[in-house]
Design a protein around this ligand. Structure first.
Ligand code: CA
Length: 545
């Protein structure tokens, strides 16, 4: 058992790093054939940033962002389940990031981190239950807008307060619905007909068509899909009627780990509802859509009821239904990516546009018997990240550095020639885009999940992650520490915290965790704002409703 080497990890503070990044960015622009007359990057605070001259040649940014899209369901990441040819094109023409980790694996907090470049304890958005985003904060869209970019966000927002920093916003209220979704367009409620992923794509392309072509733009195209309850575009119901391979850990019994893992409420076995598995029909379908829905699910549901499945057979049936619906939702997201890429190509924008595809976190596709996210464990910690920037990113490249949604804001700002404010806590990926291998890149990553009590009963926890190890501290309602060695135990089934062979690793990681918490200014005790002010009654979710 060799001692882990965390290496020398430099501070995220910007002195020195900024100059390196500016050089990387200039090289990137020159590589792209972009002539930048003068890069007016103002050091210091964001409010001092001002537009870069030669604005027409700054890259456009298209950030395509889905909700709960597991990397296991992208063929560029080797999916056993489905094909995503359009999303794969971004990887084929650009860079695939294999270890992009989120700071807090849940929808709203991930979005708040992306906008602000800060951890939850500094941006104030801790959980989906009672957090509200403070829109007065500095965000990357605001900074891009003040630097002369046209900015738009279309689709899922999920941060409770109205968006700020956008010329155009057209968002789903809350989680949104899959069919004929109500939306809020710059403050006005409107209802759209059709399937939500198509609606978001249409509105995104409409905005691109109407924009001022003399200015660069930043578009956030934010899908609701494939979020629970995974209702597909009806045209994909039949084509996805297949049998899907099961994960090895579908029947995980949580032995070898502590009470948090056993005590959650996110199992296919006992948590999935009738709505999740389409034994209940969503209310938002119109009469015509309902006919198509019934034609597909009707006889299959009847056969299921007759079969009266129990035990493992019932779990297997639910898993198959879950995969059918989830992957059919992704088919629409992939189709949407294809439409956006086609628009860029047909309009001569392909070469001048940075396209990024990501999800707000990863997701369990039956691993550990689970759906949903939240944990520091790999399937929910890792999110897909693909980026294409012709002339800057070498086609077909793969990056294995520890990157994060914490880095997105600074990446977009650096790409646009805007100095990221010192208060942001990430690291721009621009130098990685340009093929750089910075020696001082992070070798450990801090994670923190807060939503307890809350849906799915996942205990509060934080921890440190390296290439090989994870040290996890659960602190409410359970208090214990675990250590996982992903090289020896890639499925994270065996806690080795008390194994004497790992004594040195444990010691190093404990010290590293203390160092990271100090570096990121994590308070010793959670702030009051992170507390959910009501005790949650455990729902009668042990059986499907
Ligand atoms: Ca999500």
């Amino acid at each position: 058992m060799s001692r882990i080497r965390l290496g020398t990890i430099t501070s995220v503070a910007k002195p020195g790093e900024g100059a390196v990044l500016k050089r990387a960015q200039c090289l990137a622009w020159l590589a792209a054939g972009t002539l930048v007359a003068a890069i007016a990057v103002v050091p210091g605070r964001a409010s001092q940033s001002r537009p870069v001259s030669g604005t027409a040649r700054r890259p456009n940014i298209v950030f395509i962002f889905s909700d709960d899209h597991a990397y296991q369901a992208i063929s560029a990441y080797g999916s056993r389940l489905n094909k995503t040819p359009n999303i794969d094109r971004i990887a084929k023409d650009g860079m695939r990031f294999d270890r992009c980790l989120v700071t807090n694996s849940i929808c709203g907090p991930s979005r708040a981190t992306i906008l602000t470049g800060k951890y939850s304890h500094l941006n104030g958005f801790y959980n989906n239950t009672n957090s509200r985003f403070d829109g007065a904060q500095t965000t990357f869209p605001k900074l891009l807008r003040s630097a002369g970019y046209q900015t738009a966000i279309v689709g899922k927002w999920h941060l409770v307060t109205d968006p700020t920093g956008f010329d155009y916003w057209d968002i789903l209220p809350g989680q949104g619905v899959y069919y004929n979704p109500p939306m809020i367009r710059n403050g006005e409620r409107v209802r759209r007909d059709g399937y939500v992923t198509d609606v978001i794509t249409d509105l995104s392309l409409d905005w691109l068509k109407k924009r001022d072509p003399s200015k660069p733009f930043m578009l956030m195209c934010q899908h609701k899909a494939p979020h629970r309850e995974w209702s597909p575009n009806l045209k994909y119901l039949e084509p996805y009627d297949r049998t899907y391979p099961e994960p090895d850990t579908l029947f995980d019994d949580y032995r070898g780990r502590g009470p948090a893992e056993a005590g959650q409420d996110m199992e296919i076995r006992r948590t999935m509802t009738n709505l999740d598995v389409k034994l209940t029909t969503p209310g938002s379908l119109n009469a015509e859509q309902r006919k198509v829905w019934d034609a597909y699910y009707g006889r299959r549901n009847e056969a299921f009821r007759k079969a009266n499945l129990q035990g493992d057979a019932l779990i297997r049936w639910r898993y198959q239904r879950y995969m059918h619906d989830y992957l059919a939702c992704i088919a629409s997201v992939d189709e949407s990516v294809g439409r956006v890429l086609a628009y860029l190509k047909e309009n001569g924008l392909e070469k001048d546009t940075l396209v990024v595809y990501a999800s707000d976190q990863g997701f369990y596709l039956g691993e550990h018997g689970w759906f949903d996210k939240r944990w520091i464990f790999e399937e929910s910690l890792r999110t897909p990240l693909l980026a294409r920037w012709p002339g800057v990113i070498r086609p077909g490249s793969v990056n294995r550095n520890l990157t994060s949604n914490l880095d997105f804001a600074e990446t977009f700002l650096e790409a646009a020639g805007v100095q990221p404010p010192g208060e942001m806590q990430g690291k721009s990926l621009v130098s990685l885009f340009a093929g750089g291998k910075p020696r001082d890149w992070r070798k450990s990553f801090y994670y923190h999940y807060y939503e307890y009590p809350g849906p799915h009963d996942v205990a509060k926890h934080y921890g440190v992650v390296t290439d090989r190890y994870k040290l996890v501290k659960f602190y409410e309602p359970h208090q214990y520490t675990e250590l996982f060695d992903r090289r020896e135990d890639p499925r994270e089934l065996r806690d080795v915290y008390r194994d004497p062979a790992y004594a040195e690793v444990r010691q190093d990681l404990e010290a590293e965790l203390v160092r990271l918490r100090a570096q990121y200014r994590v308070p010793d005790r959670d702030a009051d704002a992170s507390q959910i002010p009501y005790p949650r009654r455990r729902p009668a979710a042990a059986q499907p409703r």
